[in-house]
Write a protein that binds this ligand. Structure first.
Ligand code: SIN
Ligand code: MN
Length: 207
């Protein structure tokens, strides 16, 4: 366990192999729909290189809605109670104390060997509750920066399969991104033979 910045904690190998396998199976189901996993189109017309599917609330830049107007007009799959329990357990382990936490959305991103994510803040939520991030599959370079600018200072962390990363408190609105995925570094025993899955659990603050 390592505190990268105040409120930002990296816990390597947090998920067991069984938990990773289970999450991979669930993600495969969620990727099929009701709103299928797809490359999000940005307002600029650009297309994100990651593929995304959401639970609870549908995210698109820069809003959450119940219905995926930009995909197929369907309501996204429900956010399951067991995933909220996992989020609470993650926070308790990362922060060393129980924290009240009621996540109501998950963004699930799939990175192939070329996908990346530019430096950004998670700020479409109307809540400052922590973000819980779980990684499965290929290792990536995760860049965790500051709350003021996209640039330095930042810390580069390798997120491997099973790793937990939490950012809350003074780090909740820090810029972060994924400059690189390292193909072939994941363990196929997770059920993911290539690429990287990342799940972020969040509190939207919406109702
Ligand atoms: C994100 O910033 O939403 C995803 C981060 C990651 O893939 O680790
Ligand atoms: Mn983010």
């Amino acid at each position: 366990m390592r505190e990268i910045a105040p409120g930002a904690v990296h816990v390597p190998g947090w998920l067991t192999l069984d938990e990773q396998r289970h999450l991979v199976q669930e993600c495969r189901e969620w990727a099929r729909g009701p709103v299928p996993m797809r490359h999000t189109v940005l307002p600029s017309g650009g297309v994100m290189s990651v593929q995304t599917v959401c639970l609870g609330w549908h995210w698109r830049p820069y809003a959450y809605t119940r219905v995926a107007h930009d995909v197929n007009g369907r309501q996204v799959a429900a956010f399951p109670g067991w995933l909220a329990d996992l989020g609470r357990r993650a926070l308790a382990d990362a922060y060393g104390r129980d924290v009240p936490y009621e996540p109501d959305t998950a963004l699930i991103n799939f990175y192939d060997g070329q996908a990346k994510m530019g430096m950004h803040q998670d700020k479409d939520e109307r809540s400052d509750a922590p973000v819980v991030s779980l990684s499965i599959g290929d290792t990536c370079l995760f860049r965790f920066g500051n709350t003021e600018t996209r640039g330095r200072p930042y810390t580069d962390v390798r997120l491997a399969s099973g790793d937990l990363f939490v950012f809350g408190g003074p780090s909740r609105f820090a810029y972060h991104g994924v400059p690189k995925v390292y193909p072939g570094t994941g363990d196929p025993a997770t059920g993911l033979t290539s690429g990287r899955l990342n799940l972020t659990l969040r509190v939207t603050g919406l109702r």
